[in-house]
Design a protein around this ligand. Structure first.
Ligand code: LLP
Length: 419
């Protein structure tokens, strides 16, 4: 369910026609729906109503300040992976006591920063990181709350680049080594052991890998409690998939039901780190057609958004629906590749798509682009990053201005010997 729909053959976001947004803000343009964002957060939260839980929205999926503020207003927690993401959460008055800090490469500065705000938990991914956090906390006169992120060696059955729960990946501590590291954690001077964390990957389309890894984690929890560890939180990560084209992932309630069944009676606060499922289909990328070109084998629609704006197709072979903003049901359809202006053959938004002949200046919408869209954008080919707009009912607000050419090189310098 989302709030992008055709009205009189024009695609709208809530009550605003996308064509009017393109005219006002230009293209390429990310457009988000407030109603969809809020609905998805509430649906996910409601799905876990039967157990003590906290949603820690995964900031990396979409870190625009307006979107973070919307979730902070709903009293969300946040899953962060850098000092930059922590600063964003603080900027929107998010509650640091609801922040979990994930990631294999936390720096000493980032650890110090997070300690100073008394975050909820560090999800620790290695023995060296654990020792470092302890040393930093000791020096700062603090105690660091931690969970170990365990790697259960479970196949998430998703794209290899976003699968994190196999032992061949860099993530987490092998689950069979975990008790040893928990013993170490208990012996370190400035560490408070709080719980266990596990995240096995992203865009999961089946429930079984979630259940399987949770069972391994609960076995560990049982063993640790038997050894006297007081563990009060269980972070089960994010990763629930969404439909981009014809996928049919479990819905949040089915996912929650399966997890809650396993979690019954364990007396822990469950932390959840959803990203994509909250913001994915709350956003689209609006792009304008530059050229139509054909060779003897193929038709191409060249648009003004490229892989620098939307990286997922190039990086994961991801398929997003791409639809005309103005619908013409009678039009003859062609098989086309929708490609960007960047000098790479991987610069496509979609391959082998059926659509009418697109004319110069017409608009296309790349659907389901709210997650890992703008947050993965770059300036490759010296392209200013797109603007972002948040629609609320009948009103659109610019929540990030389009970058300017000047901003592209504002941090660069020509050394005197070259001038
Ligand atoms: N927690 C941790 C520790 C994570 O690493 C991630 C995502 C999440 C939570 C949120 O996962 P989600 O609910 O969004 O699946 N750029 C890729 C996705 C990378 C995911 C990275 N980690 C993509 O565009 O598909």
């Amino acid at each position: 369910m989302n709030h992008f729909e055709y009205r009189q053959n024009t695609l709208h976001c809530e009550n605003v026609a996308l064509s009017s947004l393109a005219a006002e803000f230009g293209t390429p343009l990310y457009v988000y729906s407030t109603a969809t964002l809020e609905r998805h957060w509430r649906v996910f939260d409601h799905a876990f109503r039967d157990i003590p839980h906290l949603i820690c929205y995964s900031v990396k999926a979409n870190s625009n300040l307006a979107i973070l503020r919307l979730f902070a207003n709903l009293e969300s927690g946040f899953d962060i992976v850098s000092g930059g993401e922590l600063a964003r959460v603080l900027r929107v008055s998010g509650d640091p006591a609801k922040v979990v800090f994930s990631g294999v490469g936390k720096t000493v500065d980032e650890i110090r920063q997070a300690l100073s705000y008394d975050i909820l938990c560090f999800n620790v991914e290695s023995e060296e990181e654990l020792r470092t956090i302890s040393a930093v906390a000791l020096a700062e006169g603090k105690r660091a709350p931690i969970s170990l992120r365990v790697n259960p060696d479970v196949d998430a059955k998703t794209h290899a680049y976003i699968s994190t729960g196999l032992k061949t990946t860099k993530f987490g501590i092998p689950i069979r080594d975990a008790t040893e590291i928990y013993d170490l954690a208990r012996s370190l001077p400035a560490i408070d052991v709080r719980g266990i964390d596990c995240h096995i990957g992203s865009q999961l389309l089946e429930i079984e890998p979630f259940v399987e890894s949770l069972r391994h984690v609960l076995d560990l929890l049982r063993a640790l409690r038997a050894q006297g560890f007081q563990l009060s939180v269980l972070d089960i990560g994010g990763g629930l998939g969404i439909p981009y084209t014809d996928e049919s992932p479990p819905d949040p309630q089915q996912y929650a039901d399966a997890m809650c069944k396993e979690l019954e009676g364990w007396n822990v606060q469950v932390l959840l780190e959803p990203g994509r499922v909250i913001v994915g289909n709350a956003g689209i990328l609006l792009t304008r057609v530059l050229y139509w070109k054909s060779n003897e084998d193929k038709h191409f629609v060249v648009v003004d958004a490229g892989m620098n704006d939307a990286m997922r197709p190039a990086m994961y072979g991801a398929r997003h629906n791409i639809v005309p903003v103005e619908l013409n049901p009678q039009a003859v359809e062609f098989m086309v590749d929708v490609v960007g202006p960047i000098c790479e053959s991987a610069d496509f938004l979609g391959k082998c798509r059926k659509m009418p002949k697109m004319m110069q200046g017409e608009l296309l919408a790349m659907m389901t682009s709210g997650a890992y869209g703008f947050s993965m954008a770059s300036n490759y080919n010296s392209r200013p990053r797109a603007a972002e707009v948040l629609v609320n009912g009948g009103v659109a607000y610019c929540v990030r201005q389009r970058e300017t050419i000047d901003s592209l090189f504002s941090l660069e310098a020509i050394p005197p010997f070259l001038s």
